[in-house]
Design a protein around this ligand. Structure first.
Ligand SMILES: *[C@@H]1O[C@H](CO)[C@@H](O)[C@H](O)[C@H]1NC(C)=O
Ligand SMILES: *[C@@H]1O[C@H](CO)[C@@H](O)[C@H](O)[C@H]1NC(C)=O
Ligand SMILES: *[C@@H]1O[C@H](CO)[C@@H](O)[C@H](O)[C@H]1NC(C)=O
Ligand SMILES: *[C@@H]1O[C@H](CO)[C@@H](O)[C@H](O)[C@H]1NC(C)=O
Ligand SMILES: *[C@@H]1O[C@H](CO)[C@@H](O)[C@H](O)[C@H]1NC(C)=O
Length: 234
């Protein structure tokens, strides 16, 4: 179903989890509309993302369907060092469509077991960033991008797997990214409980802690809500 462009939703929610405005299009699907209900993800984080992004509608229509293509704009919501998309670079990189070469780091991670977890996903974040540092002279890598990347990781771990433990079957994650569909046929089910910031936050923090992140540039603080601010790095 077109409205279940799952990659897009995961990317989209990640922005909210990260509470930053620039997390998206590196995991965006080119499909234009998505629905949140199929994944059992809370609306609140989505709305934060929408407000921070380009989506300003607040009528009922915008609560169920969102336009995603504008979110591929580099460094608005989209970020470098994605799990599944190439860096934008100087405009020569395709930051919108799935890239199997980029995905290799994730696909090959946590060898010997059939699941991904926060340890393995954090290592992939590290590897992906090292690749971008080595190959992308126009890399943007501030704390804002870090929170976006970790938020995205928390989303696919929680939505494809267990939102409490952050453990997700590899098969589900693979299908989700490569085929851009929800793996119902393979046995995936939406989380029995609503996934919100309470679940995603700890997973995101574990990813940040495990990824040995170093910044390439410093960004100004991004105020995301009352008492909430991204970027305290010097
Ligand atoms: C996928 O990403 C790799 C690594 O950056 C790049 O060399 C390649 O051109 C990309 N492929 C496509 C089809 O964009
Ligand atoms: C963009 O990067 C490519 C590859 O490094 C290079 O060939 C090209 O000249 C660059 N274009 C601009 C406008 O800088
Ligand atoms: C993730 O899985 C690997 C492989 O089984 C394991 O060594 C590691 O301890 C796990 N991480 C967590 C946080 O459980
Ligand atoms: C992060 O650094 C610690 C300490 O040096 C190391 O044990 C760990 O393997 C590193 N993790 C990654 C993902 O590079
Ligand atoms: C997630 O893992 C927890 C802890 O192991 C478990 O209690 C819970 O039932 C799992 N949730 C699902 C949906 O499998």
């Amino acid at each position: 179903m077109k409205s279940f462009s799952s990659l897009a939703l995961l990317s989209f929610v990640s922005v909210a989890v990260a509470c930053v405005a620039r997390a998206l299009a590196s995991t965006l699907s080119p499909t234009t509309a998505i629905s949140r209900e199929g994944l059992n993800v809370d609306w609140a984080p989505l709305l934060v993302a929408a407000k921070n992004g380009l989506l300003t509608r607040v009528d009922k229509g915008s609560e169920t369907m969102m336009s995603l293509e504008p979110l591929a704009i580099h460094n608005l919501l989209e970020h470098d060092a994605s799990f599944s998309r190439d860096d934008y670079r100087n405009g020569t990189g395709d930051n919108l469509h799935f890239n199997e070469t980029i995905f290799t780091a994730l696909a090959n991670s946590n060898p010997g077991v059939d699941y991904y977890n926060t340890t393995s996903a954090a290592r992939v974040m590290y590897e992906r960033l090292q690749f971008s540092i080595a190959t992308n002279p126009t890399l943007i890598n501030t704390q804002r991008e870090l929170t976006g990347r970790a938020g995205t990781g928390a989303l696919w771990l929680a939505v494809m797997g267990n939102a409490t433990t952050g453990v997700a079957p590899k098969n589900f994650v693979q299908i989700f990214f490569r085929e851009e569909r929800l793996p119902y046929l393979e046995g995936w089910k939406p989380s029995p409980s609503l996934i919100g910031i309470a679940q995603l936050g700890p997973i995101e923090q574990a990813l940040i802690a495990g990824s040995n992140w170093t910044q390439s540039q410093h960004c100004e603080p991004v105020v995301t809500g009352p008492g909430s601010q991204v970027n305290t790095a010097a």
